[in-house]
Ligand binder design. Structure first.
Ligand code: DX5
Ligand code: ZN
Length: 241
């Protein structure tokens, strides 16, 4: 990279620090409080909470009562990913439960702008997620209002799926759209993130990496090395190493 390319890159939000957001979907649900504390102490930046309704996605997970019960177990950012439709009626309960970021799906309802404004009106950060088949242009008229864009690199509903490589192009497009706003909007990727794919998504411009199975595999002793390996992968991607 030339010196001028390096300086122009470092002037953009793409050089925000890499953050690792372990998804508790892959934790031991019988010991969820301990698992949240353990992954926090292992170096997680965000605690990613996957909320599924058996309707918008073909799986059921947890609701606001569980988020509230987990809140005392970590001071880290609670990054709540709502895979539910309708979403608006439930947003206040997740905010009251302690969500710091509430992410809704662009495809989950007819009034995305309204959902975004609702989250913002409640004083927390707002994200919008795009499924693998959804083009990045659907965000054009809401992007400046967002704190986070979440690119799904698997079809939402389950952990442990394989990364869909076509999403790298979408990450690159969204990176340049975000940079054009001049705002510090997180670009998060979720699904099939391993140390290897972490390098690819970081090179494409992602700065928040969700990882379920890759973060929680091997039991509590492995959580810190798992997170270090994900971070190292992302660093390799950024530096081209
Ligand atoms: C999928 C969820 C993801 C999932 C990721 O619908 O949104 O957060 O837990 O799991 P891995 O990292 O195992 O693909
Ligand atoms: Zn998720």
């Amino acid at each position: 990279m030339t010196a001028s390319a390096a300086s122009s890159r470092s002037a953009t939000p793409s050089q925000a620090p890499i953050r690792i957001a372990p998804s508790i979907l892959s934790a031991d649900f019988a010991r969820l409080g301990d698992e949240v504390a353990a992954i926090d102490q292992a170096g997680a930046d965000y605690i990613h909470v996957d909320v599924m309704d058996g309707h918008y996605v073909p799986n059921l997970t947890i609701g606001p009562m569980v988020v509230k019960a987990l809140r005392p177990w970590s001071k880290k950012v609670f990054d709540v990913h709502l895979m539910i439709a309708p979403v608006d009626p439930y947003i206040p309960a997740f905010v009251e439960a302690g969500a710091d970021i509430v992410t809704v799906h662009a495809e989950a309802g007819p009034h995305l702008h309204r959902s975004v404004q609702l989250v913002k009106s409640l004083g927390v950060k707002v994200g919008v997620s795009l499924n693998p088949s959804t083009p990045p242009e659907v965000l054009d008229y809401v992007l400046p209002d967002l704190d986070l864009v979440l690119v799904m690199s698997v079809n939402p509903g389950f952990g442990g799926q394989s990364f869909i490589p076509s999403q790298l192009d979408k990450i690159r497009i969204l990176r340049s759209k975000i940079d054009a706003t001049g705002r510090a909007i997180d670009l998060e990727v979720d699904g099939g993130v391993t140390p290897e794919t972490a390098a690819l998504v970081a090179a494409a411009g992602a700065d928040v990496l969700v990882a379920g199975s890759a973060a929680f595999k091997g039991g509590a002793e492995a959580y810190a090395p798992n997170i270090r390996a994900l971070r190292a992968g992302a660093d390799r991607g950024r530096t081209g190493g």
